[in-house]
Structures are given as C-alpha cells and as structure tokens.
Design a protein around this ligand. Structure first.
Ligand code: GSH
Length: 222
C-alpha cells in the first residue's frame, strides 16, 4: 500500500505526478493548510515538522519531497525515471531535484505573503518585492538551462516531476514575458497524460488569481 499525504496545490503535487508517471497504485489522504491538522500528533508521526508531503510506502513513512522522489526512483528503477549512480547525468539529476526546492521555498514565501497572511496589513511589500526578485533570478537560471533541452536533464525524468509544484506557481508572481523556454516547458508538462491525471486527482489549486501584483511600497507597516 502506498498512501500520499497531500494538499491541493502543495509540494505533494510533485509526488502525485511521479506516482502517476510510474503507474503505481496509491491512496490519497488530503489535509488542510489552515485547520491546524498538520500540527496534530497523528500527522507528526508521519512528518515531524508537520509538512506536506509525506508518503507511506514499503512499511514506513518518508517526508521531504526530494527524498521521496529519490527513494521512489531508486527502489523502482524499472520505471526509468532517474539516472542511476555512476551515470553521467546523475549529478545533473540531483542538482535539478534540489534546485526545485530552492525555488519552491521562494514560491512558498510568496504564497504566504500574497495569500495566507492575515490580517493583510501584516504583509511586507518589501519582502514581497525582494522574494519576487529572488524568484526572477531562479527563473533566469531555469530559462537559460532550458535552451536546447525539452526536459531538465535532456530526457524526461523525476527531476521534471519536482517542478510540478513550481510550474503552476511561478508565473503567478513573475510575468511570462521574457521566459519563452519556461513557457514552452510548461506547455510540454501540461500535455503529459500523467500530469493531467495528477491535476485532476489532486484537486483545485490554492490560487484565486492568475497573477498577483506587488503592492505599492508605501503600504509598508511598522
Ligand atoms: N522541503 C519540504 C517542504 C515541505 C513544505 O513546506 N510543505 C508545505 C506545503 S507546500 C507545508 O507543509 N507547509 C505547512 C507549514 O509550513 O506549516 C519538502 O520539499 O517536502
């Protein structure tokens, strides 16, 4: 039995998409970011910092999306979704798996500032501007990397599934213009039947708007 602990639009999308690409049977257990349940003893047994995703698999629970992706590809090599240790592209694979989380942390900070922080006066326009710039730096790196490549390491791999959380989020904060390679990459992702199934099973995203403008700096408080 494989059970994915999931929140619509969260980093668990990475694992959900990978499970679909691998054709594995799994159950989904859906949690909420806002009802306090991630802090419950029951959930902390699975993920001690109370973070999504956690995956119950092979008689244990694994947390950290990157660790889950590495574990699933190592224990199920027949899926062919990661170069094995010793292959020339193994280091590239690891770099981009972990790059996704560097970018994911910035996206999380922007999600908190634009969507979750209450009251709205608690938001920091200065932090929002800084994190948007930092996101732009990671997007420029990604844009340059995708020149002449369809997928993160050339051929499709689980490193692309790690972008499953990022790809729906980044253009909510930085406009598409100037990022033709990321836009085309996103289109390729959205054409994959496994990604489409993951989106359908995963539930509605947290975003109510296509794009979130930066607030003017004079709204700074404190
Ligand atoms: N590095 C972790 C980050 C996990 C994480 O922060 N997940 C978010 C959802 S996308 C979460 O659970 N947030 C709840 C919280 O911060 O309390 C991973 O990649 O799994």
């Amino acid at each position: 039995m494989i059970r994915l602990h999931h929140i619509p639009g969260a980093r668990s999308m990475r694992v959900l998409w990978l499970l679909e690409e691998m054709g594995l049977d799994y159950e989904l257990q859906t949690w909420s970011l806002t009802d306090g349940s991630l802090r419950s003893p029951e959930f902390r047994e699975l993920s001690p910092a109370g973070r999504i995703p956690a995956l119950e698999v092979d008689g244990r629970s694994i947390f950290e999306s990157g660790a889950i992706v590495e574990y699933l590809t190592e224990t199920r090599p027949e899926a062919g979704l990661a170069p094995v240790t010793g292959e020339p592209t193994r280091a590239d694979f690891l770099e981009w798996v972990h790059f996704a989380e560097t970018q994911g942390n910035i996206l999380q900070s922007l999600n908190i500032q634009h969507i979750f922080l209450r009251p709205p006066e608690a938001r920091s326009p200065a932090m929002m501007a800084l994190e948007t710039k930092r996101l732009g730096v990671t997007m420029k790196a990604l844009e340059a990397h995708l020149v002449g490549r369809d997928w993160m390491i050339g051929t499709f791999s689980a490193a692309d599934c790690m972008m499953g959380f990022n790809i729906d989020a980044m253009f909510r904060f930085v406009p598409r213009e100037g990022f033709p390679n990321i836009s085309a990459y996103r289109d390729r992702i959205e054409e994959r039947p496994a990604y489409q199934r993951a989106v359908e099973k995963g539930g509605a995203s947290m975003y109510a708007q296509d794009f979130y403008e930066l607030p003017p700096m004079e709204q700074t408080h404190g």
